[in-house]
Design a protein. Structure first.
Length: 92
């Protein structure tokens, strides 16, 4: 991946590669958490809405696990918090 890619771009690319979503909306809410203890580490706060066929028939905890597995190399370093809405296409 391009070294100049932004953190949200890298998150987007990792999720796209792992989950082939039909919808992927990623909002960087880091500015809302300035001064928060977790923000001191430099990790960002993100809100994700993702729709993927891979979530069909899975419970919420398994959907979240797939998302976290996709971005695991960024967790706790570049991502401090990730609020996830994960849906299957049949739930739209």
């Amino acid at each position: 991946m391009n070294a100049a890619a932004t953190r949200p771009d890298r998150i987007h690319a990792m999720l796209t590669e792992a989950l082939a979503p039909t919808v992927l909306e990623l909002a960087d809410e880091s500015a809302l958490h300035a001064g928060h203890a977790g923000a001191a580490s430099g990790g960002g706060h993100y809100r994700l809405r993702i729709v993927s066929d891979k979530f069909e028939g899975l419970k919420l905890v398994m959907r979240h696990r797939l998302v976290y597995d996709a971005v695991h190399t960024m967790m706790h370093t570049e991502i401090h918090a990730l609020a996830i809405t994960a849906l299957a296409p049949s739930e739209l």
